[in-house]
Design a protein around this ligand. Sequence first.
Ligand code: CAA
Length: 257
Amino acid sequence: MAYETILVETRGKVGLITLNRPNALNALNSQVLAELLAAVEGFEKDGTIGAIVLTGSEKAFAAGADIKEMQSQSYVDMYLGDFFSGWEAFTRTRKPIIAAVAGYALGGGCELAMMCDFIIAADTAKFGQPEITLGVMPGMGGSQRLTRFVGKSKAMDMCLTGRMMDAAEAERAGLVSRVVPAGEVVEEALKAATKIAGFSLPSVIMNKEAVNRSYETTLAEGLRFERRLFHSMFALEDQKEGMTAFVEKRAANFQNR
Ligand code: CAA
């Protein structure tokens, strides 16, 4: 597929997707969604890829859903089209996705970063849910995911005032996992993704699945789910290899089996 709104590359065992609508600060329209889903699906099926990095430009990860695309839509258009529901497919990706965020991550941009598995931010990053300034509210998960990331008080502040959070505040609040100097964010994310891609893929996917389950269920059910997955890992050749390598004081050579 020839992409017009994203750039898709591989760096070793890592798939790198760059949002590329510079004239619209990477605003997320239907074409971006379709292309992003196709690229991610390609990496999901590609046995040589172990992790994915999603980034934007230095100025903007993404400045939101495309306001010009939504501006004249009616309620019926939005409801019957179940607008934004297509993004749920992105969240079903099994391989880890790291968001490398520089500049603006606003509205749908912040929501897309939160759909990834973790966020590495440049010190220039600015996060916000400014939908209220447009007379609406978040529609791609902001009111739900941001609240789970940073708690009710800060999420309420962000959604009701529309103010932006800088990278330092985002790190303090637990929205991002690390902040790195501008210009290094993609390299840092690629380094982390390369490390992940060197581990056993089944174990990577089970780790991701278990952490994600903690958002969906009670502690007791989550612990049970974790334990059952942990037990199942003893059917993996990579479990034998990982533990044997430790005992033999050598590096593990995972076969992804
Ligand atoms: N949708 C469509 N176009 C957008 C856009 C968006 N979300 N954000 C920026 N653009 C476009 C601008 O219209 C402009 O295009 P033109 O040159 O054709 O006029 C171009 O990108 C550059 O933007 P600015 O001139 O505004 O750049 P700036 O540096 O002066 O300001 C900004 C940067 C503060 C990020 C500003 O662009 C801005 O406020 N953008 C909108 C942010 C926003 O409200 N996001 C939420 C969208 S709604 C949403 O996301 C709903 C949801 O929950 C999913």
